[in-house]
Design a protein around this ligand. Structure first.
Ligand code: ADP
Ligand code: MG
Length: 234
């Protein structure tokens, strides 16, 4: 489960990059109460467009009578690269009527058979009920930029939200030292502090047809390293 405090550190981009290189079968679930981006950002597996109306909203419509993990796949779509995605809400207002959804959704995502789930939860704070979903996650990972203001907000957030680890979206020019700086500040409150490259070119390539150039980007290379660490971290 990936999320952030304030700002837009790139939660959706990180979740997508991780899902693209995840070493095991994976489902990317957009659980950001503010709405999803993937259906608008990424092409479908056949090169067409995704149906933004099919996903969390259609799942919620059927889930009022109970939500079984096996139901989730009836609402997913295949995007570029053959990746399964549960598209998010189409706008933030929908979340107002769905406060009951996050707990049952978290329980079903945690029990999806034969796949790990990477959930993009967007920014924490505005929707306290999202805590019901976080409570079901095997790992809660908060993203941050390495700047002082981002790290200050992160530290406050960690005093409220229990997270297993932090991922720093770090400038490749001072990659190690940025991650080390953040580790010095919050390292005692979380199990790990890892990095993912700040790579505008890679983030741009991730929105098109995936292929060789994306594969060689710093974003994807660091995502591969991060995915390996997340999978093997106890
Ligand atoms: N690792 C990154 N490197 C460079 N640019 C990024 C990265 N992650 C996100 N961005 C850019 O920042 C903006 C917000 O990204 P997004 O992933 O939608 O953030 P969030 O989900 O946190 O709102 C987008 O324009 C995206 O291309
Ligand atoms: Mg997002």
């Amino acid at each position: 489960m990936l999320a952030a405090d304030k700002g837009a550190p790139g939660v959706t981009t990180a979740a997508t990059a991780l899902a693209a290189v995840w070493p095991r079968p994976v489902l990317l679930a957009e659980c950001d109460p503010a709405g999803g981006d993937i259906a608008y950002r990424l092409p479908s597996a056949d090169g067409g467009v995704l149906n933004p109306g099919k996903g969390l909203l259609t799942l919620a419509a059927t889930a009022r009578r109970g939500l079984e993990p096996a139901q989730i796949h009836e609402h997913t779509q295949k995007i570029v690269g053959g990746l399964d995605v549960l598209a998010g809400l189409t706008h933030g207002e929908q979340a107002a009527g769905l406060t009951w959804l996050w707990g049952p959704l978290g329980r079903s995502l945690a029990a999806v058979p034969h796949a790990d789930v990477i959930a993009d939860c967007g920014r924490l704070g505005a929707h306290p009920q999202l805590g019901d979903l976080l409570a079901e996650a095997e790992k809660v990972v908060l993203l941050t930029r390495a700047t002082l203001d981002h790290v200050a907000h992160l530290r406050e957030r960690l005093s409220i939200t229990k997270a297993h680890g932090v991922v720093v979206i770090a400038d490749p020019r001072n990659y190690r030292s940025s991650i080390d700086d953040v580790r010095r500040i919050v390292g005692s409150t979380v199990g790990f502090v890892y990095g993912l490259a700040h790579d505008p070119k890679g983030a741009e390539l991730l929105r098109g047809q995936w292929g060789g150039r994306l594969d060689r980007s710093l974003l994807i290379r660091t995502a591969r390293d991060l995915a390996g660490r997340l999978v093997s971290h106890p």
